[in-house]
Design a protein. Structure first.
Length: 259
């Protein structure tokens, strides 16, 4: 028999029990003996959903080496979206990359990037560069069962930490080219944690100051990924808003009728 506590099951660094408990027919959780496999599976499903939400909402660079590696690898494969290698001249590549990574500018996140006749981006297209959007899609929204869409079904939004992580990963990939040639580097927590939080503050500020734009940005992104995944965006099931319903009063109405 397994003896577990709910804190064991929901600990962000120890999710393994959620995926192994179904093999056990008898489990004791917080002193409660569970012999019914159906009940057990229901509890495990709820805990797993909790972990998905916690993983997305409270993602940190610490202790997430596997996730960092996955996202960074995808970002490396999307460098071509920036067209920095359209020139074989290392000096030109260096100038382009350093402009994209200009401190505090975040040029690499904007749509409408051009290098000729002058380097510029479209300030009315924040968070909209194809590299960023494609990275988000590939990592978290590839299919209808991906974590990003599961989160959207629960909360009707896309969490800002995902966008911040995509930005940080792409920045790390571009940094490998800042001297004009590729020098591979690790996407380490020590080096990139500060930049991740800086990007997150930027995204939150953007949403606070332009809430309608941010809502529209996320809505357009959802329609795009649903189209690519073969899912009807309008058919994505969302959690119902029942906060205004007084359930006690509804129950009392039935009791009054019975009397």
């Amino acid at each position: 028999m397994n003896h577990l506590s709910l804190s064991d099951l929901t600990h962000p660094k120890n999710p393994t029990p959620c995926y192994s408990l179904c093999r056990q027919r008898i489990v004791r959780i917080d002193g409660i003996l569970l012999c019914d496999l159906g009940v057990l599976k229901g509890i495990i499903f709820a805990i797993t959903e909790f972990l998905v939400i916690q993983y997305i909402c409270r993602w940190e660079l610490i202790g997430a080496a596997q996730i960092r590696g996955e996202v960074k690898a995808k970002a490396d494969n999307l460098i071509d979206k920036y067209d920095i290698l359209s020139s074989t001249n290392k000096a030109i590549v260096k100038v382009r990359v350093r402009w994209l990574l200009g401190i505090g500018q975040r040029q690499f996140t904007y749509g409408g990037i051009k290098y000729e006749p002058e380097m510029k981006s479209d300030p009315q297209q924040p968070l909209s560069h194809e590299g960023i959007v494609r990275l988000l899609e590939k990592q978290w929204f590839k299919t209808g069962h991906s974590e990003g869409l599961r989160y959207f079904k629960k909360f009707n939004t896309i969490p800002n930490p995902l966008i911040a992580l995509a930005m940080t990963s792409m920045e790390a990939s571009l940094t490998q080219w800042e001297d004009g040639g590729l020098v591979k580097s690790q996407f380490s927590e020590t080096k990139w944690r500060h930049m991740y939080h800086s990007h997150l503050v930027y995204i939150n500020t953007l949403g606070d100051n332009s809430p309608k734009w941010m809502a529209n940005y996320k809505s357009r992104f959802l329609k795009r990924v649903c189209s690519h995944a073969g899912i009807d965006a309008d058919g994505v099931v969302q959690a119902p808003d029942i906060t205004s319903i007084d359930f006690a009063s509804l129950e009392a109405l039935v009791e009054d009728q019975e009397d």
